[in-house]
Design a protein around this ligand. Sequence first.
Ligand code: PLP
Length: 379
Amino acid sequence: MKFNTKAIHGGQKPDPAYGAVMPPIYQTTTYVQTSPGEHKGYAYSRSHNPTRNALENAFASIENGNFGLAFGSGLAAIDAILKLLKSGDEVISTNDLYGGTYRLFTKIFENFGIKFHFVGMENVSTIENYVNANTKLIWVETPTNPMLNIIDIKATAAIAKKHNVLLAVDNTFATPYLQQPLDLGADIVMHSATKYLGGHSDVVMGGLVVKDKDLADKLYFIQNASGAICGPQDSFLVLRGIKTLHLRMQRHCENGKAIATYLAKHPKVENVYWPGFENHPNHDIAKAQMRDFGGMVSFTTKGNNYNEAIKLVEKLKVFTLAESLGGVESLAGHPASMTHASIPKEEREKIGVVDSLIRLSVGIEDASDLIADLEQALG
Ligand SMILES: *Cc1c(COP(=O)(O)O)cnc(C)c1O
């Protein structure tokens, strides 16, 4: 099956009870047993729920994996991966990282004796400098947030294989419409389904997909033992979201390109970060591993003035000033005062998060309305 068909049908079959085409929302905690231990495969909804299982099958299908797992949030999904490790283990992670992931690694898992190395991975060979006998996991986020750097998944997977280390890829920004990390050699794909998979800014959810049965069993054990599952209503909404993922992504990409191209020509704009530009430092890798370049665009303005950047985002009318991304509506954020405010100025500037940086999650509205909105705000 091709991707567009999988988005709609992947892992799905009509409900066995009454033939409902959409999996019903099985709002139940428990299931009848005819004799102790005898049931239809469902005993308790932390362990299994038919609506969640339908979504988990859809996750596996669109990522070309064999096993999917759904969690109460993207961070709960990452938390489950880290629980594969034990005290003394080391992780090599992308440095330009989603802030919540960085917080989970450094404020929670460092306390349990896990050591993290945050590394610029645009040059993949750097990763090997940090590999040692304790290295158990390489954590990649690509495109990165908010600088939209691209990391070569295939080359990173080769390093992971060589050293017998797990490779996990946060595929939230790209979605499986643009790139399928398992096919490029990753062991685990992680999603904040809160973003593009859900797609309508109405659910917080996380997901994991793997190919390997042993790894799936271990992650399932953690999902059930730690209990960070999502509910059936949310599972239903994300299943519905996935059915239009390919259509939405196509428009996100078209609009992203239109906005990036417009901004690059604007006299008040200094830099535009978008992997589709031929002069983007990792454009060739983006072209090789992604189908298109996505709907995320970041830019800075000339003079790099903090207050002017804040005024600009306040003036936007079609773009909503808000955290998050990946919904049908366009959002704008000012990382220096929002997502990255807790990082000291010198630290954030090292990775490019300067005072005037603005991050756009370009939605699926009419591109001309989005451009007109930026035009008036920049004017
Ligand atoms: C939002 C996000 C997360 C965290 O997901 P939640 O659903 O908010 O817990 C992780 N990684 C990336 C890239 C994200 O954008």
